[in-house]
Design a protein around this ligand. Structure first.
Ligand code: SF4
Length: 437
């Protein structure tokens, strides 16, 4: 292989993958390779795949097939990440144009293959960040020790590994210095942070939040994603409520609302416990925005159990909720379970859930009408009459997964401006920019 000078990187999957790609990019650019927008212009094409569920594997495969079909002589095609960690041999067999396969956590090996002298790049240890406009992801941990029967992540990523607090503080400082106005904390389970470093269950994250809050200062938002229900502790709630720059928002994937299904999934929380901590969250932070995700059609799920999920979601009134159909994954406990639910039943239940959720989300969104929210501006443009508009997110919306806010008026990307909310749909809010405070 001739020494590559340019690369094109395609990233699929979740924000944790974005962070891994950021790490790879820092290695490649540190080794003086140049990123290019078009795959056809690159000496090396790298695909960072997702293997979480069947649908994400299919999306990754499609991207790989497309790039392989267009690959020209002299180009190197590298496929890495979660999907190839699980199915590397099969992927290579199906797509012989791939030159190299890597699993997860092998970014330094990818860089070495592309002639980067990794050991000479002192400034680039493990990266835990991904910068996306005025927001940046900060990956506080990777891997997971939980026994969830539907999930292949522990097999792909291995057990919990928390990034040391000192390193996270340094990364946070670097990001804020580079202009980040929001840090989004991610990990497979952010609430487990520190347990592998010897901290008692549930005690690590509150301390880390406190430390990061002081590090970034009052004007930078901190947002917490992927909390594990049994670890949403009084200490965490108290800390979130006490720190003004931790946004009143929590993403806590609950997976189901039926006690029996939760037991089969080997989830440690029960429904009463969820009701209790949601009551505590709402009491400590009135108006807190809640996001969750559920699985429809886990093996053995009866119509009755699914209706329990509908009732549960209706009672709690999540601001944002996703519902995935159960995806049968090799190497998971649920793979061999009896009573797999037929695909059409899973899809019908997911659709029924989403129809209910759209109504709930629309109602939840309407409570913001008439209120003034700080908008983090991510884009600017004009409406059909040529009047200026801005788009961005308030504390109500996490990047990439929730809706957006559109407002008439002017501001620059990266500004935080007050916006009066005038209308709401189930996903988006609409309003106007007030004069800057
Ligand atoms: S906590 Fe999340 S990442 Fe860990 S096994 Fe359960 S679903 Fe998978």
């Amino acid at each position: 292989m001739a020494i590559p000078k340019t690369y094109h990187l395609v990233t699929l999957g979740c924000p944790k993958n974005d962070v891994d790609s950021e790490h790879l990019e820092r290695l490649l650019t540190g080794g003086e390779l140049l990123p290019v927008l078009q795959p056809g212009d690159a000496d090396a094409i790298i695909v960072n795949t997702c293997g979480f569920i069947e649908q994400s594997q299919e999306q990754s495969m499609e991207a790989v097939r497309e790039l392989a079909a267009a690959k020209r002589d002299g180009q190197t095609l590298i496929v890495a990440g979660c999907m190839t960690q699980l199915y590397g041999r099969q992927v290579k067999e199906e797509t012989p144009a791939i030159d190299h396969i890597f699993g997860v956590g092998q970014w330094q090996d990818v860089a070495r293959l592309l002639s980067v002298d990794v050991d000479a790049i002192f400034d680039i240890p493990e990266s835990n960040v991904h910068v996306a406009g005025p927001s940046a992801y900060l990956k506080i941990s990777d891997g997971c020790d939980a026994p969830c029967q539907f999930c292949v992540i522990p097999k792909i990523k291995g057990g919990l590994r928390s990034a040391p607090a000192g390193m996270l503080v340094k990364e946070a400082q670097r990001l804020v210095a580079a202009g980040a106005k929001e840090l989004v904390l991610v990990g497979q389970d952010t609430t487990a942070w520190g347990e592998d470093l010897g901290m008692a269950v549930g005690t690590g994250l509150p301390g880390l939040l406190q430390m990061l809050s002081e590090t970034v200062g009052p004007d930078v938002w901190l947002r917490l994603m992927y909390a594990y229900p049994s670890r949403v502790s009084p200490a965490l709630i108290e800390t979130m409520a006490a720190l003004p720059n931790v946004v009143r928002y929590l993403d806590v994937p609950l997976q189901h609302g039926s006690e029996a299904v939760l037991r089969r999934m080997k989830r440690p929380h029960n429904v009463d416990r969820v009701h209790a901590f949601i009551r505590d969250l709402r009491a400590a932070m009135p108006g807190i925005v809640l996001r969750t995700s559920f699985i429809a059609g886990f093996p053995g799920e009866t119509e009755e159990e699914f209706k329990e999920l509908l009732d549960f979601a209706r009672e709690i009134r999540f601001d944002h909720a996703g519902c995935f159909t159960y995806s049968r994954q090799q190497w998971t406990g649920a793979f061999g379970m009896d009573a797999q639910v037929p695909d059409e039943v899973k899809a019908e239940r997911r659709d029924r859930f989403m129809r209910q959720q759209q109504k709930i989300a629309a109602k939840q969104a309407r409570r913001f009408i008439g209120r003034t929210l700080d908008l983090l501006v991510e884009g600017t443009g004009e409406d059909e009459d040529g009047a200026p508009v801005v788009a961005g997110r308030t504390r109500r919306e996490a990047p990439e997964v929730d809706g957006m806010v559109f407002a008439r008026g002017t501001a620059r990307v990266g500004d935080k401006v007050p916006v009066r909310i005038e209308e709401a749909s189930e996903y988006d809010l609409f309003g106007r920019v007030l004069s800057h405070r």
